[in-house]
Design a protein around this ligand. Structure first.
Ligand code: HEC
Length: 162
């Protein structure tokens, strides 16, 4: 019995190596990229590229072990989950409130050290943000919010508390 189960599991492991979800790759300029509406300093771009974009953009860089299943599924889950919550490449066509709020959340997550995810920094050591890097992202997100506040009435950015 045990032998049969082991063989079955082994076969399953071999078979799933041939099943891969579609990769999160869309090269070229992204129409709704946040940087099209708000300027992003080069150093902030660099930080986002190494620490956020794998899960919050339309382009992920996959590690070699993504070729091994079920690792690819596990990574895919994080990417989809991350993108659903925040996608810097699908930003500017969202409501003003959404855009404003996601910057608040970015500040919050980075301040608390919840982003990037621990499971990511274990394998991407350089994605672990230093205090200087955190400050750079936070200052940038604040600048985006200030920029919005200067352009639009506050009612269109924050829902009035009644
Ligand atoms: C390994 C994938 C991964 C990386 C890298 C990553 N995130 Fe996330 N992020 C997620 C996932 C998954 C969620 C949703 C679940 C959660 O909140 O834990 C999320 C949620 C968020 C949210 C909350 C959005 C909401 O709707 O609540 C913000 C803001 C955020 N991430 C910002 C960042 C920033 C900024 C970076 C880079 C400094 C980053 N993330 C790096 C996967 C990632």
């Amino acid at each position: 019995m045990i032998r049969k189960i082991m063989l079955f599991l082994l076969a399953a492991l071999v078979i799933i190596q041939f099943i891969h979800p579609e990769k999160n790759k869309s090269e070229g300029p992204q129409k709704n990229f946040i940087g099209n509406s708000f300027s992003i300093p080069e150093d902030v771009k660099t930080i986002m590229a190494k620490a956020c974009n794998d899960c919050h953009s339309n382009n992920s860089t996959y590690p070699w072990y993504a070729k091994i299943q079920p690792v690819h599924w596990w990574l895919d889950k994080h990417i989809n989950d991350g993108k659903n919550h925040l996608n810097f490449d699908e930003y500017t066509h969202k409501s003003l409130r959404y855009q404003y709020h996601k910057m608040e959340e970015t500040i919050d997550m980075v301040k608390k050290g919840e982003m990037p995810l621990n499971s990511y920094t274990w394998t991407h050591k350089d994605a672990k943000l230093t205090d200087t890097e955190k400050t750079k992202i936070i200052d940038w997100a604040n600048a985006v919010m200030d920029n919005m506040k200067a352009k639009y009435p506050i009612d269109s950015l924050i829902r009035k508390k009644s």
